[in-house]
Design a protein around this ligand. Structure first.
Ligand code: FAD
Ligand code: FES
Length: 424
């Protein structure tokens, strides 16, 4: 063969190889894209409930958040786990208008009117639920776990709001909802690989982050560690397995603390035991990551300090607990001690109490005095304990997630720094 023919043959082979690689890359992208479409189908535009036609594909980022309550209609309910204790609710605005976007990780605040057996009337209950899917223009989704009476107090009433959602909120029900809020969300400025660490139902805000990254085709590594008791408790099992099979950068690590006899290691779950720092150290490759942690207080109180102790910079650890946790968020480092004794006056009840730091918060102090205060999350998220300050000043144990009106404070995370008069 002549040198020219040989050169043409080699060039042809190289071209063929390049075309082959390109075709394979294109095919993989298509498979991934179709899988994502299949996994996260749009439910279509919500029914027009008031006759208003929603504008075509509005830019969610430009739609301002509403203030106060907005009415939503439940479009669909989906049970998400083997125990049937977690239900997703798909919500569309009753006015048929477009929805503002949110940062993946944020939550909605619901105001429910639930029956009150004590008075035979209804009472208002305010609760927060994380958005559990990526932002969509025409619907929000929350996933709610039914909360039973505590194991050590079986005679106590079961969780009010979660059981009300499961038992009474059917398709077509209307709900009062406040706009998305919260400071636990995906850091869009960071280019680091991402580690999501969830305990039980704490997976919901992390699902929103994960689905957003998958939908964008974000090329970064994303690790999800999810700790549950066993298969019965694992939510959205198929969705997560499909994401793992189709999203090359996604690593799924499920830990079963109490696997049942039917649960198969390597199929249903990867690790036997509870999610802890040793597992993270053993599994994660050497390098820097952006960590997002959400779970029960015990898990958080162990894991977050352990991450810091193992050298992760605090700025790279984001966390949220679904209720009061002794883990004080670093976002607003404050001292809860006051140098001089201060008096707290509840003007409407006519009571004045000396603050002596034995109460965790002003909410606790008021309740100890038998003063009725609305409360929901007890963690600065739902805004229901907001109270007007008539005089004096308070400090917060953590940055409030709920918006606080000027001249008001959230009693559940506030302590006084001066003599204080509250409109209660
Ligand atoms: C920012 C944020 C996001 C959240 N996201 C989610 C989410 O995505 N999904 C989710 O499922 N949850 C989420 N939560 C938790 C949710 O807001 C509620 O706290 C949860 O559903 C429990 O509310 P409940 O009204 O059902 O229970 P509650 O009525 O508040 O009761 C809580 C517990 O106290 C017990 N109890 C009640 N009365 C007594 C008594 N007298 N003595 C002893 N025990 C008693 C109940 O039996 C129950 O075990 C989130 C919370 C926050 C703050
Ligand atoms: S009880 Fe929810 S903000 Fe205080």
């Amino acid at each position: 063969m002549s040198t020219t023919a040989f050169a043409i043959l080699i060039s042809g082979l190289i071209l063929l190889q390049v075309a082959g690689f390109a075709a394979f890359g294109f095919y993989r992208q298509q498979v991934r894209y179709r899988a994502l479409e299949r996994l996260e189908p749009d439910l279509g535009a919500p029914p027009v409930l008031t006759g208003a036609t929603p504008p075509a594909a509005p830019d969610m980022a430009r739609i301002p958040a509403w203030s106060g309550d907005r009415e939503f209609v439940v479009q669909r309910r989906v049970i998400e786990d083997g125990n049937a204790s977690v239900c997703s609710f798909y919500l569309a605005p009753a006015d048929g208008g477009p929805l503002p976007s949110y940062r993946p990780g944020q939550y909605l605040t619901f105001k429910l009117e639930v029956p009150d057996p004590a008075t035979n009337t209804t009472k208002t209950v305010v609760r927060c639920y994380s958005l559990s899917d990526r932002p969509r223009v025409n619907q929000y989704r929350v996933s709610i776990k039914r909360v039973p009476a505590p194991a050590n107090g079986p005679d106590a009433p079961p969780g009010v709001a979660s059981n009300y959602f499961h038992d009474h909120i059917q398709e077509g029900a209307r709900l009062s909802v406040r706009a998305p809020s919260g400071h636990f969300y995906l850091n869009e400025d960071s280019k680091l690989p991402i580690v999501l660490i969830a305990g039980g139902i704490g997976i919901t805000p992390l699902l929103s982050i994960l689905n957003t990254l998958a939908h964008r085709g974000d090329p970064r590594e994303v690790w999800l560690f999810h700790g549950v008791r066993n298969r019965g408790e694992q939510i959205m099992k198929e969705h997560l397995a499909s994401l793992r099979d189709t999203h090359p950068g996604f690593q799924l690590h499920v830990c079963y603390g109490e696997p049942s006899e039917e649960d198969v290691q390597g199929v249903d779950y990867q690790h036997r035991g509870w999610l802890d720092i040793r597992l993270l150290q053993k599994t994660l490759r050497f390098g820097r990551y952006e960590f997002y942690v959400c779970g029960p207080p015990m898990m958080m109180e162990a894991l977050v300090p352990a991450l810091e102790a193992s050298g992760v910079t605090p700025e790279n650890i984001h966390y949220e607990s679904f209720g009061p946790a002794s883990l004080t968020k670093r976002r607003a480092p404050v001292s809860t001690t006051v140098s001089a004794p201060v008096a707290v006056r509840f003007s409407q009840s006519g009571k004045t109490i000396q603050w002596d730091s034995t109460s965790e918060s002003l909410l606790e102090l008021a309740e100890d005095q038998g003063i009725r205060v609305d409360s929901g999350c007890r963690a600065g998220s739902c805004g229901s304990c907001q109270t007007r300050i008539e005089s004096g000043e308070v400090t917060y144990q953590q940055t409030p997630d709920a918006d606080v009106e000027p001249g008001h404070c959230l009693l559940c995370i506030a302590t006084p720094t001066t003599d204080l008069t509250l409109a209660l």
